[in-house]
Ligand binder design. Structure first.
Ligand code: MF3
Ligand code: CO
Length: 267
């Protein structure tokens, strides 16, 4: 199958760095707000307001009818949890997934956070999702293929005794939130499109402490583990540049005023 991949120019990479940094900035702030007693809809409202303050549009609201700006996925919810009046409790874990559109380009990132003190299993699962992302990122080289990322993620997760979710994938990203290629989080290495410089991807391991089967709730979005085991998700927008792999969705420094942001790419 021929896959049409949109490789980015230097200017496009600079624009994506800005949108990524805005998504990363908002997520970093949200992470600091996560605490027992917080309602997930408060996090959504904060994310929406901060994106707008930084000159960006929330990317998820209205996307295929998704009703919020942020995804808040608690405990056995893997992804696409809809913010609500649900109150976060000590010991919960919550996945926060946020995307923005800034000057024509999308940035997409996610993190799973502990709420107060959590069980060792929950901590280990969160760490495994983050580590799996970095194992995948190590494969972002121009002598590799897409499924080398998939394989590295799977191997890392399974070595820790956890499982990878198969029903959802990472993706190319740019002028669209979802572009080619798809990036499964499992599979044999050496398959799929060759990785080339200027490729931009959202690498996003989704993992479970138990079985990998998924159940989507009747709201049409909330994706839980069927066995209701804990799940975690970690995501960054990344690029393969001439200098190697780069995480585009690292947080913009807190003190950059919007005026400066609009003038020139924050490098
Ligand atoms: N990070 C998710 C993704 O890559 C967010 C999508 S939520 C949606 O698909 F509502 F926009 F679908
Ligand atoms: Co994504």
């Amino acid at each position: 199958m021929v896959v049409a991949i949109n490789y980015k120019t230097d200017e496009e990479l600079a624009a994506m760095r800005r949108s990524g940094q805005i998504a990363g900035r908002v997520l970093a702030e949200l992470r600091a707000l996560v605490a027992p007693g917080v309602e997930t809809r408060d996090l959504d409202a904060y994310a929406e307001r901060r994106a707008e303050e930084l000159g960006a549009e929330p990317a998820f609201k209205g996307y295929r009818g998704y009703p919020a700006s942020l995804c808040t996925s608690v405990n056995e919810v893997i992804i696409h949890g809809i913010p609500s009046d649900r109150v976060l409790r000590e010991g919960d874990i919550v996945g926060l997934d946020f995307g923005v559109l800034y000057q024509g380009f999308f940035g997409d990132a996610a993190v799973t956070c502990p709420v107060g003190r959590v069980a060792p299993l929950a901590e280990a699962l969160i760490a495994a999702a983050e580590t799996a992302f970095f194992k995948g990122l190590e494969q972002l080289r121009d002598d590799r293929r897409i499924s080398d990322i998939s394989h590295a993620v799977q191997a890392s997760v399974e070595a820790r005794g956890f499982s990878v979710i198969r029903d959802f994938v990472g993706h190319g990203i740019g002028r669209s939130l979802h572009e080619e290629p798809q990036i499964p989080n499992f599979g044999a290495p050496g398959r799929g499109p060759k990785i080339r410089r200027r490729l931009t991807l959202a690498i996003e391991p989704m993992i479970a402490a138990g079985r990998p089967e998924v159940e989507v709730l009747s709201d049409g979005w909330t994706a839980c583990t069927r066995d209701r085991s804990l799940a975690a998700h970690f995501e960054h927008t990344v690029a393969l540049t001439d200098d190697g792999p780069e995480i585009l969705s690292l947080p913009l420094p807190a003190d950059v005023p919007r005026r400066r942001l609009e003038e020139k790419p924050y490098a």
